[in-house]
Design a protein around this ligand. Sequence first.
Ligand code: RTP
Ligand code: MG
Length: 138
Amino acid sequence: MSQRTFSIVKPDAVRKGHTGAILAKIEEAGFKIVSIKKMSLTDEQAQGFYHVHSERPFFKDLTKFMSSGPIFPMVLEKDNAIADLRKLMGATNPANAEEGTIRKQFAASIEENAIHGSDAEDTAAFEIGYFFAGYEVK
Ligand code: RTP
Ligand code: MG
């Protein structure tokens, strides 16, 4: 069944000029881009987005990184979108990511790992609403 998920091309990948190649992989995998924009986050906005990680030791570095430059947040749609995007992304640590995944190809480290993808239906709904108004994702 058709499902929506939320993704971000992270600041490291944008800085390195990998946005187009990452979007091409996403489209080739059958995802429809429902909505996309270029923007930068403040540290406070990044904290709100990653609030589930607020107690983790890497939280401060993570929000500093996510607010370090432009990102491309987007809403994606396809059958089984949430799980299929996670698969296409590869493991959080690119050292463990499978061949052919976005993180294997474009991520530099466990933190600067090129792409975000929602991990469940409830987080996808929260994350889409955090970045896009209802009229932008009709
Ligand atoms: P994401 O939420 O960005 O899609 O990544 P994920 O599910 O694969 O990983 P998650 O555990 O949710 O962690 C969120 C992001 O925090 C950074 N991180 N750094 N230094 C570290 O040990 C560490 N662990 C995680 C990464 O940028 C990760 O994607
Ligand atoms: Mg996550």
